[in-house]
Design a protein around this ligand. Structure first.
Ligand SMILES: [Zn+2]
Ligand SMILES: [Zn+2]
Length: 469
């Protein structure tokens, strides 16, 4: 991993004279570090304590800080239910990294001022300053609630978030007491659980999170030429559940997905997708195409991208007018493998949705058919059935077309992969294979839907509808 910044700039501490020591923070951070040192005592080790460490590290670090404070509250990378947001924010409070409003506000200031003097924690001052030094003094303009809540007005309007912001420390202490008491009841393991499940876990996550502020503005590689010094760093990504792909994140802050290249594993994004699958998250933001096109390993030139966009729009209008699936599909030529892959995926997705539509209509038709004897159907029921049939058939056609389109785009991506440079080839090939698979699935599903519809309408002939209507 090579550093990208030679002759790095230096920053002074912003408004240094106005910063007073935060004795409360210094005491608590010192005390908990001292508590964590007790983990060196072998007699305080227990397997159940280690399990608590892991469970709470995941709960507070991945679900709490990374998924909730950062991607949900600060950047609104996805939507979820209010109760879910509160539960996740509660988990984050257990990380003892300040309350939701304060955390969000400080991080928004970081993005606004990144690696300029007002940045609350730029390592261009010094590594230790960015890592933890800044926590022990005031941040001028964002120290009191009145000051910092101006940067998170959306959260400050919510009474539950205000409560969590005010009492996060109390909630942390209460949980620690409960963990200690539970350990004692479990078998005299109170102190062991406290040391491993609370102190050591808190300290480990602190440093994991702080590395995002320090290391990923110093060491690693860059996918994007952003106007600060953010980097992508695999070992920070590992301990912070994907937050180490920090240069990608600065390039496209709204995206729920920080890891972008095949080796940039982003566990938190996977969890968000899982929540989406379970119906607990929606409007999950993906990296913007116009941003990804500027990635150093892809670098589509902007004119080509503009033309591709225009062609994609034209292709969309074909999609909405095409009705006959036997007509061969012609798709515009994309400017890069990544672009072709993206189009293939979205077409496959469209096909999948159309198939689901078709299946729903077919099921509805079947239900009606059971309710009424076919011979005795009156005109109204027949019309309704015909309507459902038409909708279902249209959906199947759309699915077939979108699937064919996805396959075309996928083959384009594959062709790109074949001719691409080594570093891009592998990921593009994988992408192409994946979209081909999706397209195939969609096409199969479309055929199945068509069969279902045929069954549903067996024996029903088109009614004669009065032309006077
Ligand atoms: Zn940053
Ligand atoms: Zn951020």
């Amino acid at each position: 991993m090579s550093s990208t910044q030679q002759g790095r700039r230096k920053l002074a501490i912003h408004r240094k004279d106005e910063r007073h020591l935060q004795w409360g923070t210094i005491t608590v951070v010192g005390f908990i570090h001292a508590g964590a040192l007790l983990a060196l005592r072998p007699d305080l080790y227990s397997t159940s304590g280690l399990v608590l460490f892991v469970v709470f590290y995941l709960m507070t670090g991945m679900l709490g800080v990374t998924l909730c404070y950062h991607r949900l509250l600060t950047h609104r990378s996805f939507q979820t239910y209010k109760w879910m947001e509160y539960f996740l924010a509660f988990c984050a409070c257990q990380a003892l990294q300040s309350g939701p409003i304060s955390w969000t506000a400080l991080h928004r200031i970081h993005h606004k001022e990144a690696d300029d003097e007002p940045d609350p924690h730029s390592p261009l001052v010094s590594f230790l300053w960015a890592h933890m030094g800044w926590l022990f003094v005031d941040t001028p303009g964002a120290t009191t609630y009145e000051e910092y809540s101006r940067f998170a007005k959306d959260l400050a309007r919510d009474p539950v978030q205000r409560f969590l912001d005010r009492y996060f420390f109390v909630l942390y202490v209460l949980t620690a007491v409960i963990i200690y008491a539970a350990g004692e009841l479990y078998g005299g393991l109170g102190l062991s659980w406290l040391v491993w499940g609370v102190f050591l876990r808190t300290v480990a996550l602190w440093h994991g999170t702080w590395l995002v502020n320090s290391a990923t503005h110093l060491w690693g590689y860059r996918n994007y030429k952003t106007d600060e010094d953010s980097t992508n760093n695999w070992w920070v990504a590992l301990v912070s559940f994907g937050e180490g792909w920090h240069n990608n994140h600065h390039a496209d802050q709204r995206s729920a997905r920080h890891g972008q290249r095949w080796f940039e594993v982003d566990i938190t994004y996977g969890v968000i997708r899982l929540l989406g699958f379970l119906g607990l998250a929606w409007q999950i933001m993906e990296p913007r195409r116009s941003v990804v096109a500027k990635r150093i390993d892809i670098m589509v030139d902007s004119e080509a991208l503009r033309l591709a966009d225009a062609r994609a729009k034209a292709a969309e209008s074909i999609l909405h007018t095409q009705t006959d699936p036997t007509v061969p599909v012609s798709v515009p030529v994309m400017a890069s493998a990544a672009e072709a892959y993206e189009r293939a995926l979205s077409s496959a997705q469209e096909a999948k949705e159309a198939v689901e539509d078709a299946l729903r209509h077919a099921a509805e038709a079947l239900r009606h058919r059971k309710q009424e004897a076919v011979e005795k159907m009156d005109l109204q029921v027949r019309q309704m059935l015909e309507g459902a049939k038409d909708l279902a058939m249209a959906a199947v056609e759309k699915a077939k077309f979108a699937a064919a389109e996805a396959a075309e785009f996928a083959s384009q991506a594959s062709a790109f992969a074949a001719s691409a440079k080594d570093r891009a080839a592998e990921s593009a090939r994988q992408a192409a294979e994946q979209s081909l698979l999706l397209a195939q699935e969609a096409a199969d599903a479309a055929s199945r839907a068509a069969e279902e519809i045929a069954v549903a309408f067996k024996g029903i002939s088109r009614p004669v509808i009065s032309s006077a209507l």
